[in-house]
Design a protein around this ligand. Structure first.
Ligand code: L14
Length: 344
């Protein structure tokens, strides 16, 4: 019989946590025992997995006894505090937070791009930022074919990236706005309904936000090319699920829009939706709940010699978070890179 693994989910009651459960079940991940971990606030809750209810336990340093794989999405500070205990207990952790992404020892992985890094793990593998993941899935095939020199990206990020409470705030605020009630932002620093907020994460003294800097550094690390220049502007938009991105690239070699279309049509994890005459292009409401990254509006940038512009949309909770992490866990299992595998 195929080996099964003891899996712990940190942040089980959050937006990504719920998606972990859905995707583990959908993809028939070989789960033996499942441990759901969250803060005291969620103690006593029960969550359903594969038709059975599991209690939510309070996350602690001794939560990882017997655990083979940890999927974590409980915030960077919790990952920093608790993942070392998980590693000490012998588990392999796939971490969805920004805590370890830029650590030299920690692989930062998007399976379609750099799956080969997974085997180098020392107990922690980092899952990149949602905006970075969908961008590199679309750009890596082009980078291999034509060499990307520079990326200019603007994101249109849905509220779900910031958690379930933000989803509720957009919902409530939209209703209040339409019934002409006074709007009092709580979760976001400004109204998000019928508005755009050009700030995600905090500002640094450079004038860029941390979210924008994550896109710069993580792209170089995942594509394994620190010479790629990246300039990002990250914007929160009143969309519930799926992030969209306007991506402009300059390449080393000339590549036509048609060649990019053909390349991406056969790229793993990508679906090209690009028939402007029929008004066909990717949009967040159609990407919601889907595993693939959708690319359209592919066109030549005529302001430079070798330039391409495109529009990239992906479900930030699925490929941008939970799905990418489960794909990593599937490779860990397949390649026997989990303690549970080497012990049999
Ligand atoms: O680096 O939409 O994982 O506010 C977590 C928060 C990504 C963006 C990360 C958001 C971020 C997300």
């Amino acid at each position: 019989m195929a080996k099964k693994y003891n899996v712990a989910i940190m942040g089980a009651t959050g937006a990504v946590g719920g998606c972990f459960l859905k995707i583990l079940a959908e993809r028939k991940f070989p789960v033996k025992n499942l441990r759901l971990l969250a803060s005291e606030k969620s103690e006593g809750k029960k969550l359903k997995f594969n038709g059975k209810f599991y209690p939510v336990e309070v996350l602690d340093h001794d939560s990882f006894d017997g655990i083979d794989i940890v999927l974590s999405s409980a915030g960077a500070s919790r990952s920093l505090e608790f993942l070392p205990s998980a590693v000490k207990a012998g588990a392999v952790c796939v971490d969805n937070t920004s805590a370890y992404r830029m650590e030299k020892e920690v692989p930062l992985v998007v399976p379609e791009v750099n799956a080969h890094r997974i085997k180098e793990h020392k107990g922690i593998i980092a899952n990149p930022n949602c905006s970075t993941i969908q961008m590199v899935v679309a750009l890596y095939p082009i980078h291999k074919a034509a060499g990307i020199k520079r990326i200019v990206v603007t994101t249109y990020q849905s509220v779900s990236g910031a958690g379930q409470k933000k989803v509720q705030e957009l919902w409530d605020q939209s209703k209040d706005f339409l019934s002409k009630k006074k709007i009092r932002p709580v979760q976001f620093p400004h109204p998000i309904a019928f508005n755009l907020i050009p700030q995600i994460d905090v500002f640094t003294e450079t004038g860029y936000t941390k979210e924008e800097i994550k896109m710069v550094n993580e792209t170089k690390k995942i594509m394994e090319d620190s010479s790629i220049e990246v300039n990002a502007t990250c914007v929160r938009v009143p969309v519930f699920y799926a992030h969209s991105e306007s991506v402009n690239i300059e390449t080393e070699k000339h590549i036509t829009a048609d060649e990019v279309r053909k390349l991406l049509a056969k790229a793993p994890g990508v679906i090209v939706v690009d028939d402007p005459k029929k008004r066909l292009y990717p949009m967040p409401i159609y990407a919601e709940g889907k595993d693939e990254i959708f690319v359209g509006r592919i066109r030549q940038d005529e302001s430079i010699t070798n330039g391409i512009s495109m529009w990239v949309v992906g479900d930030n909770i699925r490929k941008g978070a939970a799905l990418n992490a489960v794909q990593i866990a599937e490779i860990l299992v397949r390649e026997q890179l989990v303690r549970g595998a080497s012990c049999v």
